[in-house]
Design a protein around this ligand. Structure first.
Ligand code: HEC
Length: 124
């Protein structure tokens, strides 16, 4: 006994899911999209509370003082931060920024986070 593809319940579910995915995200292939998406999520959770723009963000304020406005104080606007530099600061910490443990940010998450934060990086 054969049933058409679309009446097979699990397949129908899959097609619905695939259609939802396709309509929610335009051009980018899953491989291009995934690292940035999850890197951004890690950033929003762990970093933005201190590094978002505006007053009340100690990371942004401290970097404003450190560089005197010569380069952006907001981390994700920087063009001079390589992924390796971001990873180093995250694991080492600096001033009141405590090092992040692997139980907080895994190595895999750190890779996507560093790629996200350093997405505007221009090699000198
Ligand atoms: C508790 C607040 C806080 C959190 C949370 C925090 N930071 Fe920071 N971060 C700071 C402060 C403050 C500095 C500035 C130190 C200075 O003035 O040298 C800093 C500096 C940095 C620097 C060095 C920039 C430079 O040019 O010296 C990087 C890179 C950085 N943070 C990345 C991150 C990332 C990525 C995260 C999220 C995983 C994060 N920080 C979370 C407070 C924080």
């Amino acid at each position: 006994m054969t049933r058409s593809l679309m009446t097979e319940p699990r397949l129908a579910l899959f097609f619905t899911f695939a259609a939802a995915l396709a309509s929610g995200t335009q051009a980018a292939s899953p491989a291009e999209r995934a690292p940035t998406a999850s890197g951004q999520a890690v950033y929003e959770h762990w970093c933005a509370p201190c590094h978002a723009p505006g007053p009340g963000h100690p990371g942004t304020q401290s970097l404003q003082l450190k560089y005197g406005g010569k380069i952006p104080a907001v981390l994700i606007e920087r063009t001079d931060l390589a992924p390796e530099t971001v990873s180093l600061f995250v694991r080492q910490g600096v001033l009141l920024m405590a090092p992040f443990r692997k139980t907080e940010i895994t190595d895999a998450q750190l890779a996507t986070l560093a790629a996200y934060v350093a997405r505007n990086f221009r090699k000198p």
